[in-house]
Ligand binder design. Structure first.
Ligand SMILES: [Zn+2]
Ligand SMILES: [Zn+2]
Ligand SMILES: [Zn+2]
Length: 313
């Protein structure tokens, strides 16, 4: 039994067969995989052992897939997949987060990044392949200047183009959305490039998000637990309305992610188990949008499909 729960959703059904006598409305049928589009598993291996409760079962009923973002140059050790269970698949990305670089070692970092990507390209073992560059982008809480952050971002865009990999984008600071978008537009000539702009919530510049989705047909937005941090501010109301207005095409452009160990959803009670947290975010989304043609399960299935497309899985 798991040590967490979500309103109206059966958490037990994430990892066990449930006879549906639990009284919960929503179940995830067995064999439907769960993909988490953005997670950080590396720095906290001992913690993973305790938090990935739902995947650590004796007789697994589904496969779990995690896009693991290696975003700090001093932690660029791509994890050994064999340390995970056979029904758990971890796909590494590699990149430089705008908060985690040191200008003294920057050129060394670029060299290392290129080397990792080169090794991955030549590696015949699909399990070790790096699936994306990132997360990278702009962050108002970074110590580095915006110009310096843009320089680091542009280098990574160029590498992603060179290695035909998608980019994971991060942007903190509503006023920086325009800058990041302009950077993408000026740097990327192939509009079909695969892009995942992660952590879209009420702090996003939604006008820019619309432009981004229109400009790049293979772009996706990541929704995580931060959408549940509801306040009655104008921003959160605007975001809710935006989700409702965009709901007809949202399933085609949506990626469900956790950003674990950050951003636990508010409607997830108890332990922050990433696989259950995804269900919590999907539950919140379907409650907010209230579209009878969409369900928690349909959001999960759409997100699974989109994650496979963008990361080439
Ligand atoms: Zn149940
Ligand atoms: Zn981020
Ligand atoms: Zn992240």
């Amino acid at each position: 039994m798991n040590h967490c729960f979500v309103d109206n959703s059966c958490i037990t059904s994430v990892s066990f067969h449930c006879d549906q006598k639990c009284g919960q409305q929503n179940h995830i049928p067995p064999n439907i995989p769960i993909f988490d589009g953005h997670i950080h598993l590396n720095p906290i291996i001992p913690k993973i052992q305790s938090d990935l409760v739902s995947v650590r079962v004796a007789s697994p009923i589904r496969e779990f897939h995690f896009i693991n973002n290696n975003h700090k140059p001093d932690e660029w050790l791509i994890p050994n997949p064999s340390s995970f269970l056979s029904h758990v698949h971890v796909y590494p990305t590699i990149g430089i987060h705008p908060k985690y670089f040191d200008s003294k070692s920057l050129y060394q970092n670029f060299d290392d990044l290129k080397n990792y990507l080169e090794i991955s390209r030549n590696d015949q073992n699909l399990k070790n392949k790096i699936v994306a560059v990132g997360e990278c982008g702009l962050d108002e809480t970074s110590m580095a200047t915006i110009d310096h952050q843009i320089f680091v971002l542009e280098k990574q865009i160029d590498l992603a183009i060179h290695y035909h990999l998608p980019i994971v984008l991060h942007c903190r600071g509503t006023h920086l959305y325009r800058k990041l978008f302009d950077c993408l537009r000026s740097r990327i000539s192939d509009r079909n490039m695969r892009l995942h702009w992660h952590c879209i919530n009420s702090n996003a510049n939604l006008h820019i998000v619309d432009l981004f989705l229109n400009e790049f047909p293979n772009s996706y937005i990541g929704i995580n637990g931060s959408i549940t941090y509801e306040t009655n501010t104008e921003r959160s109301l605007m975001f809710k309305n935006w989700l409702v207005d965009r709901s007809p095409f949202l399933p085609d452009r949506l990626i469900l992610e956790t950003d674990y160990p950050y951003l636990p959803p508010r409607n997830l009670h108890g332990i922050y188990d990433p696989s259950c947290a995804l269900l919590a975010t999907a539950t919140y989304l379907s409650k907010t949008i209230v579209d009878p043609s969409q369900t928690i399960l349909s959001y999960i299935c759409s997100s699974n499909k989109n994650i496979k497309l963008v990361y080439g899985l």
